[in-house]
Design a protein around this ligand. Structure first.
Ligand SMILES: Nc1ccn([C@@H]2O[C@H](COP(=O)(O)O)[C@@H](O)[C@H]2O)c(=O)n1
Ligand code: CDI
Length: 163
């Protein structure tokens, strides 16, 4: 078994939230306008940022966001999920890695997110220090199987900064 650090590491994360009326719907740091429902969550419920932060952590076997931001802690109620992503990114950078590219899939029946694709990719790229071309953003419906549900799945490739 090699003792050298791997030049590349793959991370994967996913997150799901129930949707209910009267809640904001925020995905990838972008508020979705005119959504008739939003995420029920302890934080702001951004399933895209939660999955992305978990993907970063998993690539280096650093656990998951619930360990750093327990949903039982009153201090994290209503938390802006960009804070969660920034913490995960710091932990990855401290270990000598940076994200190189990201692929993200949001499953949501309504509303249509296509018009927000560029804004979400641009926002995620900014938060990660990447070019928008390194951030793939896909949308899927559940074909009516989970209309009150938002789910995001993310893969990330990490590379060593000294590699
Ligand atoms: N909330 C969503 C979900 C899907 N889209 C786009 O619709 C197309 C078809 O999706 P299927 O799940 O039926 O394959 C696809 O091009 C998605 O990008 C969307 O914009 N918003
Ligand atoms: C973000 C945290 C903490 O506020 O809570 P939620 O917003 O409920 O989100 P979830 O993706 O279920 O898990 C991580 C939690 O620890």
């Amino acid at each position: 078994m090699s003792t050298l650090p791997l030049p590349y590491r793959v991370g994967y994360g996913e997150d799901a939230h129930r949707l209910a009326p009267g809640r904001p719907l925020i995905l990838g740091g972008v508020p979705v306008p005119h959504a008739e429902h939003g995420a029920v969550a302890h934080s702001d419920g951004d399933a895209a940022l939660h999955a992305l932060a978990d993907a970063l952590l998993s690539g280096l076997a650093l656990g998951d966001i619930g360990q750093y931001f327990p949903d039982t802690a009153a201090e994290w109620a209503g938390l802006d999920s960009r804070v969660i992503l920034a913490r995960a990114l710091d932990l990855v950078r401290e270990r000598g890695y940076v994200p190189l590219n990201v692929a993200l899939v949001v499953t949501l029946d309504r509303p249509k997110l296509g018009p927000l694709r560029s804004e979400i990719a641009r926002t995620l790229a900014e938060l990660l220090g990447l070019a928008p071309a390194e951030v793939g953003v896909s949308f899927k419906t559940s074909e009516g199987l989970a209309p009150q549900h938002v789910q995001t799945r993310v893969t990330v490739l990490l590379g060593r900064t000294d590699g």
